[in-house]
Design a protein around this ligand. Structure first.
Ligand SMILES: [Zn+2]
Length: 388
């Protein structure tokens, strides 16, 4: 009997414990139900095209588990791709500031935030975000450093780009030589324009140290030697460009021919240009060489050479040049005038240098693509893309 009474004393205690556990369980369940409801409400708002309210709803989620983290990132990425940068920034900023989230998730959020700022063209904030990431160890460190190089290139902060690329080369072993050479070429051009010849020479030497076969640096070497009065040296440097890459000879045909004439080597200039017209690599090379040949030599001979070349490889660029040269020998020919104007307009419309990586098309030859931010992706040849 005593035992039974003693046992009965436990009934209210067990009841109390059960009640406590139940209330705790109910609280927990209620909280999960609330979170789920908020999530569904957010999704519903998103599907109803009420993006701002949807973001508010997602941001209100007090508990972010791995599934909702992915949802937040997907949503942020989606807004960025749609060009809705302020919405993408709000979501990633929210994840970034949640101190209850892991370091890994917050680093990812910061990387996404930097990418949002970059896409929105807010360079200073993008730079700050990537700089913060580049200073600590995380799986986004290298990607952030690469993004920083892109930013410095866009902002024309060439020395900063060089420093970051050197750092990355040391850390990863990845080769950045040709890219760093392009940065030094930019610095060379700046110094040269500012008449700081000593500085220009020093930068150019560094460019060639980084990449001895850099076509742009060799072209600049020719320019500098020419400016110093070393014409033969300049011709040798420019000729090296074609030896390194035949297609790039297009860019040096004119300076080589002009320099030969300058040092009274007209015969050599004619021979050089005739050689180009016979073995030309592309239409632009033929165009430039035949125009120069007509100017310094017999125009009729230049026309004849051009005509022969066009028979085997007809092109709009070559044909326009042929009409132009004919017009120069017969300036009052109205029909030729009209035809030349028509061809010129058509050429202006279709002839473009095109990036081999992203397809960005431009009238002017560029070393750096504004579309994909890569270097030397434009072949120095204009396309006659009639689909433009
Ligand atoms: Zn490109």
């Amino acid at each position: 009997m005593e035992f039974e009474l003693w046992y009965l004393l436990f009934i209210p205690v067990l009841f109390g414990a059960g009640w406590f556990a139940r209330s705790f369980d109910i609280k927990e369940k209620k909280s999960i139900a609330d979170e789920t409801q908020t999530l569904y409400k957010g999704l519903d708002l998103l599907l109803s095209n009420k993006q701002d309210q949807a973001i508010d709803s997602f941001v209100r989620l007090t508990k972010i588990d791995p599934d909702t983290v992915e949802l937040h990132f997907s949503l942020g990425g989606l807004f960025r791709r749609r060009g809705e940068f302020d919405r993408a920034i709000r979501i990633h900023n929210h994840l970034r500031n949640r101190e209850d989230l892991s370091k890994k998730i917050r680093a990812r959020a910061l990387y996404e935030l930097g990418t949002d700022y970059l896409a929105a063209g807010i360079w200073d904030r993008a730079e700050k975000a990537f700089q913060e990431l580049s200073e600590v160890k995380s799986e986004y460190k290298i990607a952030a450093q690469k993004a920083l190089i892109n930013i410095y290139e866009t902002e024309k902060e060439w020395q900063k780009a060089i420093d970051e690329a050197n750092l990355l080369e040391k850390q990863t072993g990845e080769k950045f030589g040709p890219r760093i050479a392009q940065h030094y070429c930019e610095l060379t051009a700046l110094a040269f324009r500012g008449k700081d010849y000593k500085g220009a020479v020093a930068f150019l030497e560094k460019a060639l140290e980084e990449d001895p076969q850099n076509k742009r640096a060799l072209m600049m070497k020719g320019q500098m030697l020419h400016a110093r009065g070393d014409i033969e040296g300049a011709i040798a440097a420019w000729k090296q460009v074609g030896q390194v890459s035949p297609a790039y000879e297009t860019l040096v045909v004119e300076p080589i021919a002009n320099a030969l004439i300058e040092v009274f080597r007209k015969e050599d200039a004619v021979k050089y240009l005739e050689g180009i017209c016979e073995r030309y690599n592309n239409n632009d090379e033929l165009d430039i060489a035949s125009a120069l040949l007509s100017k310094i030599d017999d125009p009729e001979r230049a026309i004849k050479i051009l005509q022969t070349s066009l028979k085997t490889k007809p092109s709009l660029i070559g044909f326009q040049r042929l009409v132009q040269l004919r017009l120069e020998t017969d300036p009052d020919n109205e029909q030729l005038k009209q035809l030349n104007a028509l061809l010129k307009a058509q050429l202006n419309r279709v002839a473009r240098y095109t990036c081999s990586k992203c397809g960005f098309a431009t009238r002017k030859f560029l070393w750096h693509c504004p579309g994909c931010h890569q270097w030397e992706t434009f072949p120095p040849i204009r396309n006659e893309n009639l689909a433009h």
